[in-house]
Unconditional design. Structure first.
Length: 268
């Protein structure tokens, strides 16, 4: 009489299954983290994001395109009116036309050249485009920066070819999470000489053009830079995560099948 023995699962097989499941969980977790991190690269920012109080400085408004099916075709940067900046100078950007709008100030500001009752309140760039997966920098030189505040927020509107307008106008609050659409912000630090206008280490002194009560167009000609790094890192990480899921599941199944095939048998 022969007695059949039921196939059994060895301890090694159980370990292999656990390892396979662990690999799957780890891969999914990694992919989730990377997916959550990708949108952070899409904010409109000002770079560098710090400058001394009372200084003249040059900054770049960095605008990435965060849509896959539309191009950015218009950028509007609003300068603060509660802490106005007397002098603004625009560097031409290939493919884009800049329009500078000045407004009468409710409270005139005093400068070395006298009392100023008008200041630039908005800069608008049109005529170019930022395609999906790309970004564009818009250099602006201005000053003197105010000495009676610790930061300046530049509320910005980003218009897409689809007609969508993204409003980067939210101001971060102390002790709270970053808002979904934060306004680009320039942090003002104590200058070497609070009474003098000093250039930043990364910027260059700006000229002081006369205030204009009308909008002043500035022409420029074409192109935009590619921002492949941020998106590439995010996509590559997601691909690696998905591959890890497949590898973990497949490896677990192969180990289980191998162990089960070797562990069963019968005796006469």
């Amino acid at each position: 009489m022969s007695i059949s023995r039921m196939p059994h699962t060895s301890g090694t097989s159980r370990t292999s299954r656990l390892r396979g499941r662990a690999a799957t969980v780890a891969a999914l977790a990694g992919a989730t983290v990377l997916l959550a991190a990708v949108p952070a690269f899409a904010h409109v920012t000002v770079q560098p994001n710090t400058a001394p109080k009372g200084s003249y400085t040059t900054v770049n408004f960095k605008v990435p395109n965060e849509r896959d099916n539309a191009s950015t075709v218009k950028i509007e940067v609003n300068l603060p009116t509660d802490h106005p900046i007397a002098s603004v100078s625009i560097q031409p950007v290939p493919g884009w036309t800049a329009q500078v709008t000045t407004s009468k100030l409710a409270t005139p500001i005093k400068s070395d050249d006298g009392t100023i009752d008008q200041a630039v309140t908005k800069i608008t760039w049109t005529g170019g485009k930022i395609d999906p997966g790309q970004f564009q920098q818009f250099p602006v030189s201005f000053g003197p920066l105010p000495s009676d505040t610790d930061s300046l927020a530049f509320k910005t509107l980003q218009t897409y070819s689809s007609g969508e307008i993204v409003r980067w106008i939210e101001t971060p609050q102390a002790g709270q999470a970053e808002p979904q659409n934060p306004a680009p912000a320039l942090k003002l630090t104590a200058g070497a000489d609070d009474g003098a206008a000093t250039a930043t280490a990364t910027g260059t002194p700006a000229p002081a053009p006369a205030a204009d009560s009308k909008s002043t167009p500035q022409a420029s000609s074409g192109g935009s830079d590619s921002d492949g790094t941020a998106r590439a890192l995010g996509v590559a990480g997601i691909v690696v995560g998905v591959a890890g899921v497949g590898f973990g599941v497949l490896a677990g199944r192969r180990r289980t099948a191998g162990q089960d095939g070797n562990g069963g048998g019968s005796a006469a």
